[in-house]
Design a binder for this molecule. Structure first.
Ligand code: BG6
Ligand code: MG
Length: 215
């Protein structure tokens, strides 16, 4: 694609592995509601907003809940999730992330966060990266969840870079679709047998360099 003018990173599954903490918290809620929730079920929640995740969970359990009950359940899950992420530290940054961020800095390529999570600021502070991002767009500031492109378009806008000159890193199918609808170059992070529609794939951020993107 040539040298990118900006990079936008998803958070969960790209910079840190929080899926295990989400899984534990959702599983505990499912246990309390009286049904089983598996790691395979958890795959369906990747990249999906908190309320949409709860709706999928309730569908798996075959349960109907009122709006106020849903608010209570989502808050209960989030309280436990926040307890888990409040003890995270920089050792949980995924391999290859720090060296790639350093490389972007050396090339004067700005980077933003584009995450569905309302807990993104807390996580970035815990792992010591909050100050390093040139812009942070997260679940607190968007009105449309991925696969809508809003989160990435806002990131590009805040960096004052045209969407076509941005590269997105995403581990979730909904996020890959959001990046492509935003008109960006999308690198899928994970198993290409599971993910589709990205411009290229890497297994982990360790495989990524600026010169690879330039090719
Ligand atoms: C995404 C995760 O980044 O954030 C989803 O991949 C999660 O699994 C979503 O549901 C919302 O997170 P939070 O922290 O606002 O509940
Ligand atoms: Mg993700």
């Amino acid at each position: 694609m040539g040298k990118p003018h900006a990079v936008i990173f998803d958070l969960d599954g790209v910079i840190v592995d929080t899926a295990k903490h989400h899984f534990q918290a959702w599983k505990q809620l499912a246990d309390e509601l009286g049904f089983n929730f598996t790691e395979e079920d958890n795959e369906r929640l990747k990249g999906v907003s908190r309320m949409d995740s709860l709706n999928i969970l309730l569908e798996i359990g075959g349960l109907n809940k009122s709006e106020s009950e849903k608010q209570e359940l989502a808050a209960r899950k989030n309280k436990r999730y926040v307890e888990a992420i409040s003890v995270m530290d920089e050792s949980e940054i995924l391999p290859g992330v720090l060296s790639f961020l350093q490389e972007l800095k050396e090339h004067n390529i700005p980077y933003a966060l584009g995450s569905a999570s309302k807990n993104a600021p807390l996580i970035l502070k815990q792992i010591g990266l909050y100050e390093k991002f040139n812009a942070i767009v997260d679940g607190n500031s968007i009105s449309q969840a991925k696969p809508d492109p809003e989160v990435f378009l806002r990131g590009a806008e805040e960096l004052s870079v045209a969407p076509g000159n941005c590269v997105v890193f995403e581990d979730a199918q909904s996020g890959i679709e959001a990046g492509k609808s935003a008109g960006m170059y999308v690198v899928g992070v994970g198993d290409p047998a599971i993910l589709e529609g990205a411009d290229e794939y890497i297994r982990t951020m360790e495989e990524m360099t600026v010169s690879r993107l330039e090719k």
